[in-house]
Design a protein around this ligand. Structure first.
Ligand SMILES: [Zn+2]
Length: 424
């Protein structure tokens, strides 16, 4: 079965070249697309689907470089027992309180909602970093199944940490090993300050075993650095480099806010990638991202704040006017770099048959040269009309069509109430 888009205005995500065209979209995990100035002939009248774009903008769908499914049910939750004063207290009183209470049903609800929210925001690929210390076994498969149901591709990991004792650490290694034996994914580590040397070595070995990479938070707060210097006599990036974390093309380093020049150089000279999460940094009051000196392997994520990559890159751009070097063109590239990461590492699920159709009605002409400006100042995810993932329509006329949205929202509310009761 194919989908045919009539009367599309297609924007090539790499060259920004704009063409008026019909598009034939092949279904399947690594399917392609074909362009034609004249209408495609339907091969199979009953199976092929035609969508008239009526001149709407069509471009490649987005990918999220760093997300946390596990935080989805936090929205509106009761205030913590103590108002956090710093980053460590935010973890202690909010996130490490919440993730310990998750069970498989709550994880399923969190994943279904996150996948649905991603889809409606034109995001058809999510890289997630998961934590549920007392429901580790099977958690990654639960998330993967939920994403598959909605039709959003994924690259998952479990964030291994020593913060909940040896039993939980071992369970996290087993979960990762089992999952990577079945599916594409990464070896997750929480952060330097919660991962001892034994677990660090073990994680790198596991990544080698599965030809994978490490996904880890790096110097999100200054305490990550002071902890590493105190315990190991090294800064975080030096410690990770020595352990081999930075040797993988698939490694993702989250945040990288508090690196000195030497560490930035190590990152720049490595094949690892950096993921920026502006709104989360603002929310946690941990500092500001500065790409200068980090090289070109930088992309963006939402860090569990929401699932909207347009909002994420717009925030990076505006905050970056003071703290970073970023233009509309480099912002667009940074948004898209996660897809260069996925392609260069041959991950499945982000081919050209992932598309988003915008009902964008600008007051000025859109050209190859000014498109990034339109994107930064004028694009809203609420303008997303249809979303196609792996050659299948998953959002049509702003509505998710692969699952029952209302049923999932009822389920997630029920799970949220149950989780919130356990938080007290
Ligand atoms: Zn994170």
């Amino acid at each position: 079965m194919s989908i045919i888009l009539n009367n599309a205005k297609y924007i090539d995500w790499k060259t920004l070249e704009i063409r008026d065209t019909d598009i034939k979209i092949e279904e399947g995990i690594n399917g392609g697309i074909e362009f034609s100035k004249t209408p495609f002939i339907l091969v199979n009248q009953t199976e092929d689907e035609i969508i008239d774009c009526d001149g709407r903008l069509v471009t490649k769908a987005f990918a999220n470089g760093h997300h946390h499914v596990y935080s989805a049910l936090a929205r509106g939750m009761p205030a913590p027992e103590k108002q956090p004063d710093n980053f460590l207290e935010i973890l202690k009183y909010i996130w490490w309180n919440l993730d310990k209470k998750l069970d498989q049903q709550m994880i399923e609800a969190s994943a279904l909602f996150t996948a649905m929210d991603s889809a409606k925001n034109g995001v058809t690929f999510v890289i997630d970093h998961h934590s549920s210390p007392f429901a580790v076994e099977g958690s990654l498969e639960t998330i993967a199944n939920a994403f598959d149901k909605v039709g959003v591709s994924h690259l998952l990991c479990y964030e291994i940490s020593d913060r909940d004792g040896k039993k939980v650490t071992d369970a996290a290694f087993t979960e990762t090993d089992n999952y990577l034996g079945q599916r594409q994914g990464l070896v997750g580590l929480h952060a330097s300050f919660t991962v001892g040397n034994e677990s660090l070595v073990r994680a790198v070995k596991l990544a080698v075993k599965h030809n994978s990479g490490i996904h880890v938070h790096v110097a999100e707060d200054t305490t990550d650095q002071s902890d590493s210097i105190k315990k190991y006599g090294q800064r975080v990036v030096e410690r990770f480099k020595e352990a081999g974390v930075l040797e993988f093309n698939k490694t993702i380093l989250g945040h990288c806010l508090h690196l000195d020049q030497k560490e930035k150089q190590i990152v720049e000279n490595s094949p690892a990638w950096v993921v920026q999460n502006t709104e989360s940094n603002l929310n946690n009051n941990v500092g500001f991202f500065n790409s200068i000196g980090l090289g070109n392997n930088i992309f963006t994520g939402t860090d569990g704040m929401h699932s909207d990559m347009i909002r994420s890159i717009q925030s990076a751009y505006f905050t970056g006017q003071h703290f970073d070097s970023i233009t509309p063109v480099s912002a667009w590239n940074r948004l898209r770099n996660v897809q260069r990461y996925l392609k260069s590492n041959e991950f499945d699920g982000d081919s050209n048959n992932n598309l988003v159709i915008f009902d964008y009605k600008p007051p000025t002409p859109v050209t190859v040269n000014n498109f990034p400006g339109h994107f930064i100042y004028g694009f809203y995810s609420s303008d997303i009309q249809h979303v196609i993932s792996n050659g299948k329509v998953i959002v049509k006329d702003k509505k998710i069509i692969t699952v029952n949205e209302n049923e999932i929202l009822e389920f997630s509310k029920e799970m949220a109430v149950r989780l919130w009761k356990k938080l007290k």
